[in-house]
Design a protein around this ligand. Structure first.
Ligand SMILES: Nc1ccc(Br)nc1
Length: 446
């Protein structure tokens, strides 16, 4: 490293030291492909969104939990052909362990519940907001990380659990100004598929795989869908009947096909009845084609959608009664949902509902004289100890500069430490909105 002629010292007018080192390459200052930085303005929106997630969760009596972003890869290895598996961000660590960046939170939650075992009493109502990852070939230029809000109920077999989860999401939407005219929930049950597959003698172990294929019903051509279903060994007749059932538009029509004795109809009728009691009937509709893309759902499934049909699913969830036992845990019923941080922001933009979130500082404190910097620090500390937010000007600056900064940080007032006033422990205060200016003893300033 070669320093230029000694100009790097602490002189009054610091000459920026020119460090020339041909070995330095300018690094790429952008975040890794598919990831985001959160500069202050973006972080304010993220905190606003996450605070609503968390406040709703606490309103419903849920406890916050979290897990490592890095998990054993085995937690996510399922052989049902899920996209989440194909895009697993997995690698071998320096200890030759197969690990993965979590693509979702539910498996970690299941792991923790099993780990806690009898030390926790059911039902558990837990929530988390955590970053989740996927490794997608950048060909599609999509993001590789997002934050997901999850709420889960562990240990309640009744549909009241799913009904409460949907109520919590409706509560969230209402808090941010989204109405039932903007968004709805498509609701169905995988027990519909289960009953159909049983009727056609399809082996139970194909259930998850068939659901994952059927989740593509609106994403791939029907012939391709039929081909994929056929590849599992299901007969053409069964496939035709399946697709017929999935096109059913009402619970009554579904009952016609399935008969009234099955759990699918009973669960769905109970859910729609509870929706009435929770007061969100206008938000939900039966849609037999909703199966969701995760293999482990076993019962009610639901997804939030924008009624204009311009965006991908906003959120989704359902019952997963077998997940804990697949990890070697007890057979504990569970249900939950995931709500990503991306589509909701697109929806808020669409509806012009993004909040205005500027920085807000109550005080800018500055010394009017070079040797009053210490006094300014005393003033700032006194205000901060009273819970006042303070931006302390940390080096001597002309007033013009201070006013500009006050404007940029949206300060409510200027607190000026001047020589004469400070001699009797006073400061000058200028309220920036009104221009009002007064002197006050520091101890009386609040
Ligand atoms: N599962 C998952 C993870 C990360 C993103 Br971005 N999308 C989906």
């Amino acid at each position: 490293t070669k320093l230029n002629g000694g100009g790097g010292g602490r002189s009054g007018s610091i000459v920026a030291p020119l460090v020339v080192n041909e070995d330095f390459q300018r690094i790429d200052v952008n975040p890794p492909k598919g990831t985001r930085d959160f500069p202050p303005e973006d972080m304010r929106l993220r905190n606003w969104l996450f605070n609503h997630f968390k406040e709703v969760s606490r309103l419903f009596g849920y406890e916050e939990v979290d897990f490592p972003v890095l998990e054993t890869e085995a937690l996510f290895i399922r052989k049902a052909g899920e996209e989440i598996r194909d895009q697993l961000y997995c690698f071998e660590d320096r200890g030759n362990r197969r690990v993965a960046l979590r693509p979702e939170l539910t498996p970690s939650l299941a792991r923790l519940v099993i780990q806690k075992g009898k030390s926790v009493s059911l039902p558990l109502k837990w929530f988390a907001v955590g970053q989740c990852w996927r490794y997608e070939r950048m060909t599609r230029g999509r993001r590789r990380e997002h934050y997901q809000w999850n709420m889960d109920i562990i240990g309640v077999p009744q549909v009241t659990a799913e009904a409460e989860l949907i109520s919590s999401i409706v509560t969230f939407f209402k808090r941010i100004g989204i109405t039932a005219s903007d968004v709805g929930f498509k609701v169905s049950s995988r027990k519909v598929l289960q009953e159909m597959l049983r009727k056609y003698g399809v082996p139970e172990n194909l259930f998850g795989r068939v659901c994952v294929i059927i989740d593509k019903i609106e994403k791939i051509p029907v012939d391709e869908l039929k081909k994929e279903l056929g590849s599992t060994g299901i007969s053409e007749d069964a496939i035709e009947q399946l697709l017929l059932v999935l096109s059913v538009k009402s619970l009554d029509d579904l009952e016609e096909i399935l008969g009234g004795a099955g759990e699918a109809i009973a669960d769905l009728k109970q859910l729609f009845s509870l929706a009435e009691k929770f007061g969100y009937s206008e938000w939900i509709q039966f849609d037999a084609s909703v199966v969701r893309g995760l293999a482990y759902y076993t019962g009610i499934v639901f997804e939030g959608f924008d009624r204009k049909g311009k965006l991908r699913a906003i959120c989704g969830g359902g019952r997963y009664d077998r997940l804990l036992s697949t990890y070697g845990g007890d057979d504990i019923p569970a249900c939950g949902f995931g709500f990503g941080d991306a589509v909701i922001v697109e929806l808020l933009k669409e509806k012009d509902l993004l909040p205005e979130l500027g920085q807000e500082i109550e005080n800018i404190v500055c010394a009017l004289d070079k040797d009053l910097q210490g006094a300014a620090a005393t003033v700032a500390t006194a205000l901060r100890s009273k819970g006042q937010t303070v931006d302390l000007v940390l080096e001597y600056k002309p007033l013009k500069w201070v006013f500009k900064r006050a404007d940029r940080v949206n300060a409510r007032r200027l607190v000026l430490v001047g020589k004469k006033e400070w001699e009797d422990g006073s400061v000058s205060v200028k309220v920036l909105s009104s221009g009002e200016q007064f002197q006050v003893k520091l101890n009386d300033l609040e």
